[in-house]
Write a protein that binds this ligand. Sequence first.
Ligand code: NAD
Ligand code: TDX
Length: 336
Amino acid sequence: MNRILVTGGAGFIGSNFVHHVVRHTDAHVTVLDKLTYAATRESLAGLPEDRVELVVGDIADASVVDPLVDRLDPATDAVVHYAAESHNDNSLSDPAPFVQTNIVGTFTLLEAARRTGVRFHHVSTDEVYGDLDLDDPKRFTEDTAYNPSSPYSASKAGSDHLVRAWVRSFGVRATISNCSNNYGPWQHIEKFIPRQITEVIDGRRPRVYGDGLNVRDWIHTEDHSSAVWTILEKGRIGQTYLIGADGERSNLDVVRAILRHFGRSEDDLEFVTDRAGHDRRYAIESGKLRTELGWEPTYQDFEAGLADTIAWYQAHEDWWRPAKAATEAAYAAKGQ
Ligand code: NAD
Ligand code: TDX
């Protein structure tokens, strides 16, 4: 790969991928990002200017997207598509930007890939498969039927279906990855783990939705980035790969691990109003990615990865503090 256009490269996971590409390859990166509330401009600071360029713009605007994709060489270059509205709770309050960015934005990029023949990788989520019961022995695989629950996951499912149709009907050279829940540095404090870490730093009690028994399958964002790069290099066109690191934990277990880390009582938490339509459990079977493409996660110890993440939020209060009061006020208004 010579040149990569990374959409959403100023967000939590996209910015980690930009660092990964700069560290491990010689490729030049153009980031296309609208810089919404979720963008993390600081995360791109200090990257070499001759390797990384930031273009501020909307993926749903063809007049922005087309010239950037036209610069790419179909023989050597690629689009890696991370940009999205990403928070389930926000999609319940206002679904409109989710349809616009996640569906219309993906459509706009696919049309540019169709016109130019450029390789396209679409970053998606395990939430497109709906949820599993707590005692279900099955995990999600590439063959699991789509069954999204929230406006967010429905909009991501819609975007996946567009990619599949553009591959089959127009021969677009695309791959798709569906990853489980990410954690790590630069994640917005509206999300579960950074919200609870920063609540405890502030001397407040973590806020657990419902009964707290919902299970998420956690993966460190570094491992997500290495998996996407592996698929970009070795993945078969038209294929979907599930990305996961065998990190199933109940929300209560995660909150208790955070409380333990800070030396607080494991029961020093608060149960709050549940999320509407709250998915019970996600679990990924990532055998295809591991066997076919030889990928393995490096963060095998969740507690160690969590400790690193806590240390990072303790050291970067200047970054998250400005968003904290407004984020908590919005949750408080919903009883969460
Ligand atoms: P994020 O919300 O932290 O970042 C999203 C980025 O996209 C932001 O920088 C934002 O400014 C940008 N963006 C939003 N709308 C845009 C638009 N119209 N045009 C251009 N840029 C726009 O999200 P994230 O958690 O980093 O997720 C990135 C991708 O990974 C998403 O596609 C998400 O569905 C997927 N994903 C996330 C997780 C997770 O656990 N967070 C898991 C699996 C898949
Ligand atoms: O304060 C909270 N208390 C709580 O119990 C918050 C913010 C969340 N939760 C619960 C809801 C979920 O069961 O924690 C779990 C994780 O919540 P989120 O961080 O909002 O993640 P989730 O809804 O699982 O979706 C995430 O993973 C899949 C990302 O936000 C998506 O972008 C990704 O596709």
